[in-house]
Design a protein around this ligand. Sequence first.
Ligand code: FAD
Length: 405
Amino acid sequence: MSDPILIVGAGQAGLQAADALRAGGHDGAVQLIGSESHAPYHRPPLSKSYLLGETARTQLTIRSAEALEKKDIDFLPGVQVVGLDRAAQRVELADGRRLPYRALCLATGARVRTLALPGSELAGRHVLRTVDDAQALATALAAAQHVVVIGGGFIGLEVAAVARRLGKSVVVLEAADRLMARAVAPQISAFHAQLHTERGVQVVCAAQVVRISGGGGRVGGVAVADGREFAADLVIEAVGILPNDELARAAGLECERGIVVDDCSRTQDPAVVAAGDCTARRLPDGRLQRLESVQNAVEQGRAAAAALLGQPKPFAAHPWFWSDQYDVKLQMAGLSAGHDRVVVRGEPVQRSFSAFYFRADRLIAVDSVNRPTEHLAARKLLDQGITPSDEQAADGAFALASLLA
Ligand code: FAD
């Protein structure tokens, strides 16, 4: 019997690769190895409905161990891969076992970045990546009064919204001069700053956190560089993630802010593909693109499986992402960086609008607030390379879908 296709990492990308191998007709052995003790689960609700208590633990599961078994996918939970020997085509596990592979998919995801701050060791400081983190945070939130969130990105803001809905006093400290600055345009940042402020969150931008203070071994506050200190009995650090690319790096695969892959999820080793948050994709113009999203994990997982099946299929769709804060659904498609004009459709004051970003004569991105149907049409326009005129984009009565092929 030939060696299995081995997938390291049982998250969204790893699961997708396994599913796509079976869907693509691969009937040989597939092993899915995950260091967490859980079957693959959805992470997005962890900072949203699950943290709020509106989604049950069972609803997080994407695929149960039994369902994996039915597809003849050999799932190994709670198993850490610690080494990769590409010449011998095998991996080494933490317990010393060695597993051979005929092809390998690295889907090791990412871990939270933490700040090296005085006071980081104090109890009451939390991060959020796994369901275990979310469970610990939910328990701590229930008992907390004063919550300080370090980091005004998507996850920090979603947690801030949940904490406010639970009646806590909440401060968000963001180092940049606006919220979600890495991902959205200033108009969307300003809208969300106002949204949180209206709901009672103290949003502080350009805040350089210098220290977590406390007493009796517990957090008591967070100090920023200008001398201000914010009281806290719970501190959440949400300052981004780092790709888990160490296995690949140590095995001599090209890594730069992630495992470098092409648009078919291939590394430079024909026997190794990689997918999801652990990767950085080399674009045709040579730039590297890092995406941290469900869509990217799913599409790269599919592309990785296709490459292993000898049917490479580039992942070409525009990136998309969403975030839920209070009753506001923000959906983003494309990348707005580098736009030279923005056309707004709808009414920000009514919490229902879209921002269309153009560069020269091309539509490059669309962000929508509480406009899911319009957003779907706009996403299709992006994928089909169709650019509405400024007037069509601005006119709420104009059916964008009528432009679609
Ligand atoms: P992961 O889900 O991180 O899975 C990788 C798995 O590999 C992990 O289980 C890890 O333990 C395991 N692993 C790592 N190293 C090893 C090893 N050496 N051996 C064995 N196993 C290993 N995206 C959106 O699009 N929209 C959202 O609203 C959204 N909200 C989010 C909210 C939160 C709180 C979080 C944490 C993420 C959110 N994301 C969202 C991001 C999205 O969930 C991720 O981009 C996606 O889950 C990445 O999937 P992945 O499979 O690449 O990585």
